[in-house]
Design a protein around this ligand. Structure first.
Ligand code: MSP
Length: 512
């Protein structure tokens, strides 16, 4: 069985889950579900990043131990994921023993490859980003006067301590070569170009240990050093697979690693160089998505406008949020979350288009033939055009999801739904019933129900619960959409004459 490995970043436990966290995780979930539907052996990993100075400080501020803070936030994630139908196969915690073994294993690999040396670090550090800055970098970014981080604009602090270094500079040429030879390695392309010029601009060795705090994985053989939190965190993608003790080849290299644009450098440069040093293959793709603003404003803890997924669920259905987040903004671009846009999209695409097609089709089927499908008689051009459109949709959705173009996949499905609604108007089943043309009526109703079924199959990775409800009405019995693979259920003509559908039950009532 072909394998498919998809990952999300692991989320810091100094903050509660917010919109950005659920966004990446939903995107990864859609890919995982789609690939499972296609029959692949999927491994979908998410988790939390528990170590580092930032988390230690957040715990100190609350006067609790870092692990207590981590446990509290992990509990939030554990209750949130099922509410959003997140189907992760594993959840990695960086405080776990298996992860610690992975990080120390990685350290030894880096050491054995001759890429680790001890020196003295004297420069600047941004705790919120957990990243290092030189004086020159701060000056170039115009951040020297107020000593703030070029990325997040918060205060940086001076560090002077003995530290281990990773010979990142030695990987510059290989990284450039790899990025150039593999155009798909970093996506979208604009981000790839940014990384390429960053690497071509020259890489400095990276300080990879700290001695001034203790919340992390100790350097093997030199326990007063804690391994730099990004070296620790990035290793999660393989520690979860059992590295270094188990064979990770079944799933590694990952097919796609989804991240936000702010953490691209850590993945495309540090992670890639670590893997090269450890003689492991690089992920096939790193995809950096854009950032959400909320009603036009940057989300921030200080503004208090961070959208909490758990709060959104009080008013909105999880599947509707899943749909909206992936439909509204092309993955890779920044976008704005607004409740007006959410309602508009819901009413036009889900209530008016999908909901309407489902309700009217099943209502007519029940009215004219007690919900039972009849024989298909003599297909006409209109019928063939509908089937061709569905087959086109299946191919286009596969291609779009292969490129993480979620919005294009959904747009393409919408085309078929609108086609279905036009097909109803063009064939006017009510007129066929009135004229007593039972043969044509049965053909038209059959085409409508098969269209609905295949649309629901395509929408299942995006809205698994809603689509289980839709497919249950079509199949006339409770079904679990998740278990329906494309190989068995994806082709036109599965439903047979005599098949009984249920009465329509609105799944997308209009929102006011
Ligand atoms: N712990 C690191 C990742 C380590 S991966 C080996 C981290 N954690 S985080 O919790 O701060 O951020 C996780 C993700 O949330 C990042 O991919 C980031 O891009 C994303 N987002 C944070 N705010 C966001 C928005 N406003 N919009 C979309 N995504 C956002 O970084």
């Amino acid at each position: 069985m072909e394998s498919y490995y998809v990952t999300t970043p692991i989320y810091y436990v100094n903050d509660e889950p917010h919109l950005g966290h659920i966004y990446t995780t939903i995107a990864a979930d859609v890919l995982a579900r789609y690939q499972r539907q296609c029959g692949k052996d999927v491994f979908f990993l998410t988790g939390v990043d528990e170590h580092g100075q930032k988390v230690q400080q957040a715990a100190e501020a609350r006067e609790i131990e870092p692990i207590e803070l981590a446990d509290q936030v992990v509990a939030r994630y554990e209750s949130l994921w099922p509410e959003f139908s997140i189907s992760n196969d594993d959840f990695i915690r960086t405080s776990s023993e298996r992860h610690k073994a992975g990080v120390q294993g990685m350290w030894r690999k880096l050491e054995n490859a001759g890429t680790i040396y001890k020196d003295f670090y004297e420069d600047w550090y941004c705790v919120p980003c957990e990243s290092y800055w030189t004086e020159t970098q701060l000056k170039d970014a115009g951040r020297w006067e107020d000593k703030s981080c070029p990325d997040c604009k918060r205060a940086v602090e001076k560090i002077q301590e003995e530290s281990y270094f990773f010979r990142l500079s030695a990987f510059q040429d290989r990284l450039v070569e790899h990025i150039k030879a593999n155009p798909d390695f970093i996506q979208p392309t604009s981000r790839r170009n940014e990384v390429l010029s960053f690497v071509e601009g020259g890489l400095r060795d990276l300080s990879v240990s700290r001695t001034t705090f203790s919340w992390g994985v100790p350097v093997p053989g030199d326990e007063k050093h804690v391994i730099y939190v990004w070296i620790d965190a990035l290793t999660n993608y393989i520690s979860a697979l059992g590295f270094p003790d188990k064979d990770i080849n079944k799933h590694w290299p990952a097919d796609v690693q989804l991240i936000g644009k702010d953490i691209l450098r850590f993945h495309a440069v540090y992670w890639a160089a670590m893997l090269m040093a450890a003689e492991l293959p690089l992920p096939k793709r790193i995809y950096a998505h854009g950032w959400w603003t909320v009603e036009g404003e940057k989300m921030s803890k200080s503004l208090g406008n961070a959208l909490r997924p758990a709060d959104l669920l009080k008013e909105y259905d999880a599947d509707v949020l899943r749909y909206f987040l992936l439909r509204e903004v092309p993955f890779g671009q920044d976008g704005d979350f607004s409740f007006t846009a959410l309602k508009q999209r819901y009413n036009s695409e889900l209530a008016n288009d999908v909901g309407n097609l489902l309700n009217r089709s099943l209502a007519m089927l029940n009215k004219y033939s007690d919900g039972v499908l009849g024989e298909v008689n003599e297909e006409q051009d209109m019928d063939r055009a509908l089937i061709a459109d569905i087959e086109g949709m299946q191919m286009d959705v596969a291609q779009a999801l292969d490129r993480q173009a979620f919005h294009l996949a959904l747009e393409r499905i919408s085309v078929v739904v609108r086609h279905g609604n036009r097909y109803v108007e063009d064939n006017a089943p009510w007129a066929l019933a009135k004229a007593g043309d039972d043969k044509r009526l049965a053909t038209v109703l059959y085409h409508l129900v098969e269209t609905l079924r295949l649309v629901a199959m395509q929408l299942t990775p995006f809205m698994p619960t809603k689509m289980s409800a839709m497919l249950s009405q079509i199949h006339g019995e409770e079904v679990n959409a998740e278990e329906m693979t494309a190989a068995l259920h994806g082709g036109w003509g599965l439903l047979q004459a005599g098949h009984q559908c249920s009465r329509p039950q609105p799944i997308f009532p209009r929102m006011d």
